[in-house]
Design a protein. Sequence first.
Length: 147
Amino acid sequence: MSAALPQTSGDRAKLGALLVLLHGADTAFRSVEASYRVWRHDERLHEAFLADFEEQKRRGASISLHSFGSDDPAPPEREETMRIWREGERFREEHHGGQRDSYYAVADGPLWWIWDEHMGAMSNRTIRASAAASARSSRSCSIPPRC
């Protein structure tokens, strides 16, 4: 088991400053825009997952593992950039790289839209429109005809 990376007091101070800014941030600002990068080494991640799995089994947990994927060899490292914008009830989320490459999500209040290259476009707007049309149709069917 490898030791944790040493932290400098500067890192702790930066983390503390970030936590202070984040606490109550939804009321302190009208809008926020953030970008961050996620890097992972999949072989190490997998090894850590299996080690935790074995530890959980040793403690008596009953766990099942299921795996799926392709036969294509995956690169050992992955990097993803995520961008988030939020203002009030509106937000936009973008993913570039990684498993969710080309994923976009937008919301305006209760309405949302999502697009990615695997699932295509989805929205609760069409669901709401379909539900409203279905409700209108069922109401019209349940109204007795007048003679």
